[in-house]
Design a binder for this molecule. Sequence first.
Ligand code: DC
Length: 216
Amino acid sequence: MIKIAIDGPSGSGKGTVAKEVAKRLGFTYVDTGAMYRCVSLKSLRENIDENDEEKIVELLKNIDIRLTNDGKVFMDGENVSDKIRSVEVTQRVSKISSIVKLREIMKEKQRALSNDTNIVMEGRDIATEVLPDANYKIYLDASVNERANRRYKQNIEKGINCTLEEITKAIEERDYDDMNRKVGALRRTKEHHYIDSSNMTIEEVIKEILNLVGEK
Ligand code: DC
């Protein structure tokens, strides 16, 4: 089985790229961030305090998360693909994903998804923690300014009112949280093939990954 791990900060284009690479190779696509987002959504709906780690871990034991290859996310049978991207869910997810016990269970769930299938899995700790035996490890990066500009444009297109300064600040805060978690922090290692997508199109990034896979 072939495993491709793609790590990187929020807004680096991982999601779009990973989904398309999986599609072209006929592999299973897994967005691990969506799994953390489901727990965040469920904890909000059940009015669980974000600091109540025990209850949040308990929640994970009774949650059914299904990811489809075209990026849809189902939680307990409900299509929550849009709901998990809301501001409330996003604000809470950093805290949720820093719970050590929760990450241990997630890791097992994510590993299990890679059994018996060729896979493209994207997240923060995929090459370092979840699939250390991955055949290909990619770190997809982009400058803060570029990521903020991309997110700002997406929001404006969707009619979401915001300023570039707000978006930049939110990205910097999320980077800090992602890179400074005690467990499962986003970390670039020597084993990662590094791609800086700041001045690249999505298609160029996809091609670079496909070339890498084709070469070996
Ligand atoms: O990729 P994303 O923005 O949808 O991820 C949502 C959150 O989940 C983000 O704050 C980091 C966290 N996350 C994580 O801790 N580990 C992963 N493998 C993927 C995401």
